[in-house]
Design a protein. Structure first.
Length: 210
């Protein structure tokens, strides 16, 4: 039993580190792509699809550079994602609403774009954290950190935008993306540096790791 518990704990640590690598890769890609997009906008006005190309190239470069670590992380990431199959229909619906509605609302409220992005990232990660904790007992605090920083950034972004960048929507949008990068970087660093803690178990599967 002790050996089984140690193996479960090792798997939990590997999963947490896998998400740490993923979160940091996302953070780097978001910050770099946001900065380069703003620089390109200052230098000259590109057609909108040029900015999509910048984002695709940066994400491809960052994820390509960290592909070795991410390849090792994929099984652990998929293992955590599989826990959602055990969620109730209500839990799945709530999680979907938290992720989708803020992003879908951008079409109706484009002027709130930067705040809705932060809301989507924050509410999505918060609901995922709480639901996983309820169904498997796993305390994925890296997701909670991402959620809390993203949600806390909304009032901060509103104040900064209305006082410093009231006439610069492009800077306001870049700022919200920087906040997202900071949130994922903090969550990723926490996941990589966090010491091994209690292993989460799913009572519906007789103590299998989630």
């Amino acid at each position: 039993m002790q050996l089984h518990h140690l193996l479960l704990q090792k798997s939990a640590v590997e999963t947490r580190k896998a998400f740490g690598v993923l979160f940091i890769a996302v953070a780097i890609a978001v910050v770099v792509a946001s900065s380069l997009s703003e620089i390109a906008n200052i230098i000259t006005s590109f057609p909108s699809y040029y900015y999509a190309i910048i984002w695709l190239v940066i994400f491809g470069a960052v994820f390509g550079a960290s592909s070795r670590s991410l390849r090792k992380a994929i099984p652990a990431i998929l293992s955590r994602m599989k826990t959602s199959t055990k969620w109730s229909t209500g839990a799945k619906a709530l999680n979907g609403i938290c992720w989708i509605v803020p992003f879908a609302a951008i079409a109706a409220f484009p002027s709130l774009y930067q705040y809705l992005i932060l809301a989507g990232i924050g509410l999505g990660n918060l609901s995922t954290h709480l639901i996983i904790k309820k169904y498997s007992g796993a305390d994925n605090r890296e997701q909670l950190i991402v959620a809390m920083i993203s949600l806390a950034a909304i009032p901060a972004a509103i104040i900064i935008d209305s006082t410093l960048f009231a006439t610069r929507q492009d800077i306001a949008v870049m700022l919200s993306r920087i906040f997202i990068g900071i949130a994922y970087a903090a969550g990723g660093m926490f996941a990589l540096l966090r010491k091994a803690g209690p292993v989460g178990f799913d009572p519906t599967t007789s103590g299998s790791l989630q």
